[in-house]
Design a protein around this ligand. Structure first.
Ligand SMILES: *Cc1c(COP(=O)(O)O)cnc(C)c1O
Length: 479
């Protein structure tokens, strides 16, 4: 079949094209600057095709150019940070933004985005205020501490504590607590960055009070305890607890500083979840400063929270680094209502999204799997086999990696001989308007439904109707 070809001389001018009504409509939507840029690269493609002798006349018509350009502009304007469905089975997934926040926090963030707020204005006196004070009282009530300060994340909190209290001096840490947390938080690196000198004591599996006592000297700035969030040492082990360490520190007038990592504000055992040390326990046990994350078990926005003795918190606030690490109004707008939920612990599993997900009844998750299985099987056709089965979720973000939560969900396998591919399916799910993120294991795609709340089920099911599976044989949709 002969397709009429065109040469470089046939390519219309940019000016002429810009006045076409369809392109004017695109300018109204994306702005002329973007339309000109897109048009230039489109015309560049034409010139290249003309050189290769495969530019068709049909491609040059304005009616053909407009939709191509529209698609190019839409792709460039596509938002990059979007909501996804987290079916990985890890509730606090760092790659997926950790904690999802409760509606009240969402409303407060929207207000703080839209309107001016009293971020650093004391409304009772009309004088300049301190942004930390917006949540300080709540934090003190919830932890028993005297004072608090907030920074960008817990890594920043540790950096600020060490830089403020231990620059050019020694910090004593047990070898068993020199951890690396996912996403390149390595305690020795932070220590170096803060200008503090690491004094390692004990052994990987055992550290005793005497090891700490023996290391204290004229250059000691503080003793640091780090919660070994993401790993567990089992067997012949020994470590020294905060209450055991506190008298030693205070006897030498040295601060006891604790990096609690996830740092729960409440005892999770109350909901049959694996126990995690609480911030209040560390404070009551004699810790002078305790740092923890805002977006791990606490269930709030990304933040690093430090609570403890007022005099030491004052030193952190006076450090110029604090200015560089401070949080913005959006974080405080989200953090305050999340903290406020902890004032009514009995309502927490209902109101705090993270805890609601962690405590979901496995029987309800199973019922949900059974409802969704036929819908998903239908969307995938007979090239894939969808099974509902029990699985185990994890809390994530370093918390309690060995403890797992019974859950339920769907696993998808490729049916042999049907040219189906799990990798293609997984990629297609990632390409949905609201991507569905599962995990691959044992040649199946695992979709743990723990984090799919009932009110999202319909939107989730609708995503499967939009699924495009290129070249996946069988009789399924998009085949
Ligand atoms: C998670 C964690 C950190 C880092 O906290 P971010 O909020 O991610 O910066 C530091 N220390 C411990 C013990 C942790 O578990």
């Amino acid at each position: 079949m002969d397709v009429p070809l065109a040469g470089a001389a046939d390519i219309p001018s940019l000016d002429k094209l810009l006045h076409h009504p369809a392109l004017e409509a695109l300018s109204a939507r994306h702005g002329r600057t973007q339309v000109v840029l897109a048009l230039r690269s489109h015309l560049e493609d034409f010139r290249r095709a003309a050189l290769n002798g495969n530019l068709t006349r049909a491609a040059l018509s304005e009616d053909a150019i407009a939709p191509m350009l529209a698609a190019r502009l839409a792709e460039k304007a596509r938002p990059r940070l979007i909501a996804v469905f987290n079916l990985t089975g890890t509730v606090l997934h760092t790659n997926l933004g950790r904690a999802a926040l409760p509606d009240e926090a969402v409303r407060r963030v929207i207000d703080a985005l839209r309107y001016p707020v009293n971020l650093e204005l004391d409304l009772s006196t009309g004088r300049r205020g301190d942004r930390d004070s917006l949540v300080e009282e709540l934090l003190c009530e919830l932890t028993g501490a005297e004072a608090a300060t907030i920074v960008n994340n817990n890594a920043a909190a540790v950096l600020l504590m060490l830089s403020s209290l231990a620059a050019r001096r020694e910090v004593i840490v047990s070898r068993g607590e020199l951890v690396e947390i996912g996403g390149s938080f390595r305690l020795p690196d932070i220590m170096r960055q803060a200008g503090a000198k690491l004094r390692e004591i004990g052994t990987t599996n055992r550290t005793h009070l005497g090891d700490y006592a023996g290391a204290i000297g004229a250059r000691t700035a503080l003793l640091l305890k780090v919660h070994t969030s993401n790993y567990a040492i089992r067997g012949f082990t020994a470590s020294v607890s905060v209450p055991e360490l506190a008298p030693l520190c205070h006897g030498h007038a040295l601060p006891l500083v604790v990096d609690l990592g996830s740092g729960s504000l409440i005892d999770l055992a109350r909901w049959q979840l694996p126990p995690e040390p609480t911030v209040r326990d560390s404070v009551a046990g004699g810790a002078d400063l305790v740092a923890f994350s805002g977006d791990k078990l606490l269930g709030g926005p990304q933040a690093g929270i430090v609570v403890g003795r007022a005099e030491l918190i004052g030193k952190l606030k006076a450090n110029p680094l604090k200015r560089a690490l401070r949080v913005g109004k959006l974080v405080l707008a989200a953090l305050e209502p999340v903290l406020a939920l902890y004032r009514a612990p009995e309502l927490l599993p209902e109101r705090l999204t993270t805890l609601r997900l962690l405590t979901r009844d496995p029987a309800l998750i199973r019922a949900q799997s059974q409802r969704l299985r036929p819908i998903i099987q239908h969307a995938l056709g007979d090239a894939y086999q969808v099974v509902d089965e029990p699985m185990t979720s994890q809390i994530g973000s370093g918390a309690l990696p060995v403890e797992q939560l019974p859950s339920h969900g769907l696993t998808v396998g490729a049916v042999k001989g049907r040219r189906s591919s799990l990798e293609r399916l997984e990629a297609a799910l990632r390409g949905l308007p609201r991507p569905i993120i599962g995990r691959m294991a044992q040649k199946r795609l695992w979709l743990d439904l723990r984090c799919l709340e009932a009110e999202e089920e319909e939107a989730f099911a609708a995503q499967w109707q939009q699924l495009q599976l290129p070249h996946a044989g069988g009789t399924g949709r998009g085949a």
